[in-house]
Design a protein around this ligand. Structure first.
Ligand code: FES
Length: 616
């Protein structure tokens, strides 16, 4: 475990290396080692070469596969179907008009009469063909220019940013060097990092990849990462970890696309305020201390070489602007993906329920926003058998009247754990069938077949060890349920308070856009039953997908979207919940299933009334 952690690779270790949680299981492919026996790893897996990393002593060079790392490499990043289906209706434009452009030029040969410098001759042609007047040239291109322009008798290919004040050349190659020009859209989430490799000639998404943010070993949420960054050397370590994460994903997508990372000339990055501070090694401590001041809201344009991203060193990096300490570029970019800014007379609500819950209410004329500390529960963090929505996760689950559980696993393999949508389903089903009460406590007579005392307290058996991928029971404990209630309570009460602060209530909302953490399979009815989402007409709900990534992609496609994101950041009014006295009341009311005030959830009340009648 020490060797793996030293390399900066992610490894879950909830028992801290005591050999009791079984999180740190790895597959040893080759080499000699000594191990302590452990009750948590079944013999079947030990015989196949699996071992608990924390209980393994290295006695020789080893080749070790990290199954958790592999499982967390989410193979297919879900593209936002919502954006693709609603190209004309979203607030951002889907037009392809990036600042990055390429052009083929044929330079006349120099003569005694026309012996202007090589750069002047390139610039003269560029002015003629593009309409831009002035071009800058980086030293990295300048130093090879004499050779490049002569290699194919003046036939060249120029890549440049068409900025209004001065266009900037980023590369010049001989014409036959098939120059492909790529861009990168990247969402840096607290738990997951996802990116698209984009062909900048036409805006097509060529490849996608995603993985766990490797900073996770330093803390699962924003506050614990900020705390971690305060020890000497730790801020740099956090930056190194996010760089390793992104650079490895770049390697994955470029290899799959058969291209080089040097052909990537621009990146559009979105992330919450803390993630962008850590990416840029900026002191994040003042984000968490009253009066909650970030170092920046608007990051100046950077170059890949400034921060060490593996792409062309001259590549431009744009970070979507943030609004406040807890509402970041993930939200301003995400707003591009909804129709909220197109409509003046229709008020909508936008909820991005990742590790940090961020909420926006408003329309074309006004936008209010706030953030709550939702915690990583719906992304699998802090939940005994929780995991991200990747291969082996139970993503849908239902409970029949006879007590039989039916579930669907991502990729159809043996289940490894429960992801956010599976957890919402499970809680709703347990609650609806009376297996848990309104406080989230198990109802003993109802659950007696499946409940037992585990080392983590009372646990409800979802699937027994022999049918699971890891040969360990998949359970949900009372402590898990209590964490999930805290999370759903934080999100619901933040939405409620945000609306009250502008004198609205949920019924005045005409559309509700759900983004982020949950998989495609979040069941809205179940989310309402546990009190995560408000009890509104079901046709008002729209699932936007990873709007942060889709927004970063839209910014890459068009400069117009970049300007609109900045307008959005300026326009949003940020409410700081930490200093809002009414928030605690709202939150306390939300710590029941679905809520203390059942009038807010008429459809859930109706369901209970019908169940009661049936049982009479
Ligand atoms: S860290 Fe818990 S078993 Fe190894």
């Amino acid at each position: 475990m020490e060797a793996i952690q030293h390399k900066g690779l992610p490894l879950k270790a909830s028992c801290g290396g005591k050999g009791t949680c079984g999180d740190c299981v790895v597959l040893i492919k080759e080499g000699a080692y000594a191990k302590k026996s452990s009750a948590v790893l079944p013999d079947r897996l030990v015989n196949q070469g699996y071992a608990l990393a924390c209980q393994t002593l290295i006695t020789d060079d080893l080749i070790v596969q990290l199954p958790q790392f592999e499982e967390l490499l989410i193979k297919s990043v879900v593209r936002s179907e919502f954006v693709e289906k609603n190209k004309k209706d979203i607030s951002g434009t889907y037009a392809h008009d990036p600042a990055l452009k390429s052009i083929a030029l044929n330079l006349p040969q120099p003569t005694l009469e026309d012996n202007y410098s090589d750069f002047k001759r390139v610039e003269r042609q560029l002015v003629q063909h593009t309409g831009s007047k002035d071009f800058s040239l980086p030293y990295s291109v300048l130093k090879n220019l004499a050779h490049t322009v002569r290699q194919e008798q003046g036939q060249i290919h120029v890549t440049y940013f068409d900025d209004p004040s001065q266009a900037s050349i980023v590369n010049i190659t001989p014409a036959s060097a098939t120059e492909r020009v790529f861009g990168l859209a990247c969402d840096i989430g607290t738990t997951t990092v996802a990116l698209y490799l984009v062909d900048m000639a036409n805006g097509d998404i060529i490849e996608t990849a995603s993985s766990l943010n490797q900073q996770i070993k330093c803390g699962e949420d924003i506050i614990s990462r900020i705390n971690y960054s305060q020890k000497p050397g730790h801020l740099k370590e956090l930056q190194d970890l996010i760089m390793i994460t992104i650079n490895r994903l770049i390697e994955t997508v470029t290899q799959r696309a058969g291209t080089s990372s040097q052909d990537i000339y621009c990146a559009s990055i979105s992330g919450n305020t803390t993630m962008i501070h850590l990416l840029l090694t900026l002191e994040p401590n003042y984000i968490r201390e009253e009066p909650y001041v970030p170092t920046f809201n608007r990051v100046p344009l950077l170059q890949a070489k400034d921060i060490g991203l593996r792409m062309n060193p001259e590549a431009r990096i744009y970070c979507a602007p943030s609004v406040g300490s807890y509402v970041g570029g993930d939200i301003t970019a995400g707003m591009l993906c909804t129709p909220m800014l197109k409509e003046a007379d229709k008020t909508s609500l936008f909820i991005d329920a990742g590790t940090n819950g961020e909420i926006v209410a408003g329309n074309r004329d006004w936008l209010m926003t706030c953030a709550c500390s939702a915690g990583p529960a719906f992304e699998g963090g802090g939940i005994r058998c929780g995991m991200p929505a990747s291969s082996g996760a139970i993503e849908q689950i239902s409970l029949s009247e006879s007590g039989k559980l039916n579930y669907k696993v991502i990729n159809g393999i043996k289940p490894k754990g429960l992801c956010g949508s599976g957890l919402v389903d499970l809680m709703a089903e347990l609650f609806t069938h009376g297996n848990i009460d309104r406080h989230g406590k198990f109802n003993a007579p109802k659950t007696r077949d499946r409940i037992y005392h585990s080392q983590n307290g009372l646990a409800f058996l979802v699937e027994e060890a022999q049918n699971t991928f890891w040969g360990k029971d998949i359970v949900i404990t009372e402590k898990d349920i209590s964490n999930l209630i805290l999370t759903k309570g934080a999100v619901f009460s933040a939405c409620s308070l945000l609306l009250k602060s502008v004198g609205l209530d949920f019924h005045e909302i005409e559309a509700l856009y759900i983004a982020g953490g949950f998989g495609r399979f979040l069941d809205v009815d179940n989310a309402i039953r546990i009190g995560l989402l408000p009890d509104l007409d079901r046709d008002k709900f729209h699932y936007v997908g990873n709007s942060s990534l889709a927004g970063a992609y839209l910014i890459l496609r068009s400069e117009q979207n970049k300007s609109l994101t900045e307008e959005i950041a300026e326009k949003m009014t940020y409410i700081e919940l930490n200093t809002e006295p009414r928030y605690m009341n709202e939150f306390t009311g939300s710590l029941f299933l679905p809520h203390t005030d059942m009038d807010l959830f008429p459809s859930v009340q109706k369901l209970f009334d019908s169940h009661t009648k049936e049982s009479i």
